[in-house]
Write a protein that binds this ligand. Structure first.
Ligand code: ATP
Length: 252
């Protein structure tokens, strides 16, 4: 792993008043890998994503993307730097059509490629640059492209937010519970697409999941949080095989 690639989090601490939600968290989400962040309710997973995406200011530590320090950047600057949030499916804009939702992602993608013209990344980290690329990954979105996003199922909404994020030409994808409330078949499709994109080389994925079993089945590395601290960080298959850890923190 080249140290300058991907997302690096160092000594990250975050509070809500007296509540210490993250306590000196260290983790790395390298390019070309899926890093799963696991842990029970209240472990600090959502807080971690909020800090990384610039929505919550940390009280200590650093968030680095390559050689860029994003620690105190505003959310829009973090997005422009190439860190894309994939919110739960309810992040679709229901007043717009499927195609219009995707064009919003493409808009940011176009800005980012122009910005890259005077410097940083050479090739786009994901091979998704226009709507047909998204439709090739998720054919059901193409069939519904002119429909209001309001008419989509939960699974299609999750595919749409993922497609929109991919069109922003991200270097890092942050996913918050993408399996929540979805049918196993849909989850399998979404995870397969993530795996395919990551294996293509340039993308780093940070996957927050309560569903530890399926997350570990596609992740390269797992990081287990408990009460805001990293209690384990290891190969995904090693974590899945650790009975004690599974029973104590992962619920399976
Ligand atoms: P969940 O899966 O339930 O969202 P999580 O692992 O994402 O859990 P966080 O939501 O990050 O955990 O919460 C971490 C800690 O911070 C918990 O103790 C939680 O009660 C607390 N917390 C979260 N949001 C707030 C807030 N807005 N104000 C005060 N405390 C909060």
């Amino acid at each position: 792993e080249r140290p300058e690639t991907g997302l690096r989090i160092r000594g990250l601490t975050a509070r809500y008043g007296p509540v210490l939600a993250l306590d000196e968290v260290d983790l790395t989400a390298p390019r070309g890998q899926i890093t799963a962040v696991l842990g029970a309710n209240g472990a600090g997973k959502t807080t971690l994503l909020r800090v990384v995406s610039g929505l919550l200011r940390p009280s200590g530590g650093e968030v680095l993307l390559g050689s860029r320090n994003l620690t105190d950047s505003a959310a829009e600057d973090v997005a422009r730097a190439g860190v894309a949030q994939v919110p739960e499916g309810r992040g679709v804009i229901t007043e717009l059509t499927v195609e219009e939702n995707l064009r919003l992602g493409a808009l940011l993608g176009a800005t980012r490629s122009r910005a890259a013209g005077d410097g940083t990344p050479a090739a786009p980290p994901v091979p998704v640059s226009d709507l047909p690329d998204v439709f090739a990954l998720f054919p059901s979105l193409e069939r519904r492209r002119r429909q209001s996003a309001h008419s989509l199922s939960g699974g299609e909404r999750q595919m749409l937010v993922l497609g929109r994020a991919l069109l922003s030409a991200p270097e890092v994808l942050l996913l918050d519970e993408p399996s929540l409330g979805l049918a196993p078949k849909v989850v399998a499709r979404i995870f397969a697409v993530l795996r395919e994109l990551v294996d293509a080389g340039g993308l780093a994925v940070l996957l927050v999941e309560q569903n530890a079993r399926s997350a570990l089945s596609i992740a390269d590395t797992g990081v287990v949080l408990n009460l805001g601290r990293v209690v384990a960080c290891s190969d995904a298959s090693a974590l899945a095989a650790d009975d004690e850890l599974r029973h104590a923190y992962l619920g399976f």
